[in-house]
Design a protein around this ligand. Structure first.
Ligand SMILES: *Cc1c(COP(=O)(O)O)cnc(C)c1O
Length: 341
């Protein structure tokens, strides 16, 4: 694979990102680390890990960069309250609750009851952050989003100024966050003398969209490969739409082509949040070679995909791969029994 002509310089792209409303939430740039023991163990490509799990706020993770712009927009619009909701062990909600605590905003979380609705992991952290938390019998997805919108209306009627996180616009702002992440990878690769072929990531949305947009805008050789944590038939369009909307926000004359978005749902297993043996193996391998902990719902499944591609020789010692560690580590403690079985 070759690089293409950049349509903007790295500094130019940073400047455009700097014009989007934002709040300062995390520790950036996150490290890019060479993982030689992991590479040796797998006997395949050179592997570097981009440590979004070290993004600082509330145990880190990819939502810190996303919330930089969604909560950034909320503050810009004068909101005093954030309404959010997702699966009961949502990383996004945990990081949103912590961001609200830090910024002095009120936070309402409405979380879908599921097989992991126990006060451990992220749900424990939601409570400790002082968010108004309720576990509700509404499945996550469109229905929960409507539920959140209805709650926001009630809060408005009581005099608050709520901002709802979620939906297509939030995904576009998340993509702005990961376009920014790609500018970091661009500079870190330069400093390290690396020009990777692939970036593997757990995503079905804004994270991958931003990486695709950033690599296209900067004309980089690196190609994002997404591994979905769940089965959403429309995930490719979702990613394309988020990338296109982010391009518009950043004033970039770019559209996502069909072959820009490579994303598989082959590593989901039985479903979202259901541990697979390959994921548990991936978590152990990375912990035992690098002392880095992946999570059982997202990054562990993405690493299981990478390992599978090494074993099938889709990735060889001629390749260099960046693995983007999206975080999610508090969820390890909710899967204690399965992980030790
Ligand atoms: C949310 C999340 C993802 C996926 O992010 P997208 O918004 O779908 O790009 C991946 N990993 C972790 C740990 C997450 O919390």
């Amino acid at each position: 694979m070759k690089s293409t002509n950049p349509i903007v310089t790295c500094e130019g792209l940073r400047e455009r990102i700097g014009h989007v409303p934002q709040v300062n939430l995390g520790h950036f740039p996150t490290p890019l680390e060479d993982c030689t023991r992991l590479s040796d163990k797998l006997g395949g490509p050179r592997i570097l890990i981009k440590r979004e799990d070290c993004s600082g706020l509330a145990f880190g993770g990819n939502k810190v960069r996303q919330l930089t712009f969604t909560i950034g927009e909320a503050v810009h619009l004068g909101a005093d309250t954030i309404v959010h909701g997702a699966a009961s062990q949502s990383n996004h909600c945990r990081q949103a609750a912590a961001a609200c605590a830090r910024l002095g905003l009120k936070c309402y979380l409405r979380l879908s009851r599921d097989h992991k609705s126990i006060v451990q992991g992220n749900l424990l952290l939601d409570h400790l952050s002082g968010a108004n938390v309720e576990v509700v019998d509404v499945p996550f997805g469109d229905e929960l989003h409507e539920f959140k919108e209805a709650l926001a209306e009630e809060l408005k009627a009581s005099g608050l100024k709520p901002y709802v996180v979620g939906g297509a616009h939030s995904t576009a702002l998340a993509a702005v966050g990961f376009t920014w992440c790609m500018t970091e990878i661009y500079q870190q690769q330069r400093t390290m003398g690396v020009d990777a072929d692939w970036i593997y990531v757990s995503s079905a949305g804004g994270t991958q969209a931003g990486l695709v947009l950033g690599s296209k805008a900067l004309g980089m050789k690196i190609k994002p490969f997404g591994i979905a944590p769940l089965r959403w038939d429309n995930r490719i369009e979702r990613i394309q739409q988020a990338g296109n909307a982010a391009a518009e926000i950043l004033n970039l004359d770019l559209v996502m082509d069909d072959d820009d978005v490579r994303n598989t749902d082959a590593f989901v297993g039985k479903g979202y949040g259901m541990l697979t043996p390959e994921c548990a193996e991936a978590i152990r391998i990375v912990a035992q070679t690098e002392g880095i902990f992946l999570d059982p719902v997202y990054s562990g499944k993405a690493m299981a995909g990478l390992i599978d591609h090494v074993r099938k020789e889709r990735l060889t010692s001629d390749d260099t791969v960046v693995f983007l560690h999206t975080g999610g580590t508090p969820q390890l403690f909710v899967y204690n029994e399965e992980l030790c079985a």
